[in-house]
Design a protein around this ligand. Structure first.
Ligand code: NAD
Length: 363
């Protein structure tokens, strides 16, 4: 790796710029611990780029990302741009384009519950007390979201619409290798979610995974139908280590994983290609309902930075420093509004304060 690491910073819309500012505070602190020269450049994306340049992903932004080692993304979208045709809107016009352009086929969504935040989870005490630590791996550039044909035809009662769920062997093989390798660094159990009792794509998915599992004899591979998986996640999330799924099922199951942790404001994500070039972003959206109020939770954005340090910079020691600082801040009772449950030691803080506290707790 060269001695320079360039990060393209894309704050986007809504709470994006507010929470990104906090991640940059953290980056400025940990820069000195990293044995590498960090260079950051900020670019417009999403609705704010539409307002400024007439498109959600201006050429300058794409070029800036191409010339970087990783992308730190905020969030895009909001009611102001909802009148636009779907493929011109902030999300489809920028985020989906970036995922396809950089072939970011592996989406990682860690979901774990912090000791001090058990009361936030909608799950019952006897379930949540067992804790959980899940890595959701979602295939991100294939399947029904990109399959052709897709469209709408006919008239009257014969009008119909259709989408195509399609997976190539190479797409399944590459996400499977990623999942096996991530499982090797954890508790070595993969639960692959599918609908192999109905869908051909799921049958092929199972076959390929089963064959590849012989190359990873230390990893236990299990399968579960999606309908059972959503129930099991509510009943006993502690049974899962790595959850692997297609694009569509992963979209659903990763949000359910988010919900059982209590707040989407805590959850980061990484989208990687096979060279480990990554786009790192919070799991949530631009939260227009709370934007500009200095109340958004910046933890997901800060943890997205931490994932960048772990996966793109391969520096687990520094990413752990950030995670530990967050744990300490939460243990001390500091809460943004979304995390506040009116417990005795809890103190509500602003977005700015939370960013500053986490930065100060990094040692
Ligand atoms: P959302 O995630 O923005 O908000 C859902 C709820 O979670 C809201 O009540 C919001 O206040 C809360 N929330 C989200 N992040 C939070 C944080 N960090 N701290 C505290 N509370 C937080 O989802 P939505 O309302 O469905 O979508 C709003 C906009 O965001 C839409 O335009 C949508 O298209 C866009 N969106 C963007 C992305 C992305 O950029 N990756 C992802 C999802 C949605």
């Amino acid at each position: 790796m060269s001695n320079i690491f360039k990060i393209a910073i894309l704050p986007g819309d809504g709470i994006g710029p507010e929470v990104m500012k906090q991640a940059i505070k953290v980056l400025n602190k940990i820069k000195h611990f990293l044995n590498i020269n960090i260079i950051t450049n900020e670019y417009s994306v999403g609705g704010s780029a539409i307002d400024k340049y007439g498109e959600a992903l201006p050429k300058k932004t794409l070029l800036g990302c191409e010339n970087s080692n990783a992308i730190l993304f905020g969030s895009v979208g909001g009611p102001k741009w909802d009148y636009l045709p779907l493929n011109k809107r902030p999300e489809k016009g920028s985020l989906l384009k970036l995922r396809k352009h950089f072939d970011l086929f592996t989406n990682l969504r860690p979901a774990y519950i912090y000791n001090n935040l058990f009361t936030l989870s909608p799950l019952k005490k006897n379930i949540i007390n067992k804790g959980f630590n899940i890595l959701c791996i979602r295939e991100l550039t294939g399947g029904i979201y990109f399959g052709n044909p897709s469209g709408r035809k006919g008239n009257g009662i014969n009008e119909y619409s259709f989408d195509t769920e399609i997976y190539y062997r190479f797409e399944i093989e590459r996400i499977a290798h990623m999942a096996f390798n991530f499982a090797l660094q954890r508790n070595k159990i993969i639960c692959s979610i599918d609908k192999a009792n109905i869908l051909n794509t799921s049958i092929m998915w199972r076959e390929i995974l089963t064959n590849l599992s012989h190359q990873y004899s230390k990893v236990k591979l299990e399968f579960m139908y999606i309908d059972n998986a959503v129930m099991q996640l509510m009943k006993n999330p502690s049974q899962f280590d790595v959850i692997l799924s297609t694009n569509l099922f992963g979209d659903i199951i990763s949000d359910q994983c988010a919900m059982i942790t209590g707040s989407i404001g805590n959850l980061p994500s990484a989208s990687l290609n096979n060279k480990f070039f990554g786009l790192y972003e919070p799991a949530g959206g631009s939260a227009p309902d709370i934007a500009g109020k200095n109340i958004a939770n910046p933890i997901a954005q800060i943890l997205s930075l931490s994932m960048m340090i772990e996966y793109s910079l391969k520096n687990k020691i520094i990413s752990k420093k950030i995670e530990n600082a967050i744990k300490k801040v939460l243990k001390a009772g500091y809460r943004t509004q979304d995390l506040f449950t009116n417990q005795l030691n809890e103190k509500i803080v602003t977005t700015e304060d939370m960013g500053t506290l986490i930065t100060e707790f990094i040692i």
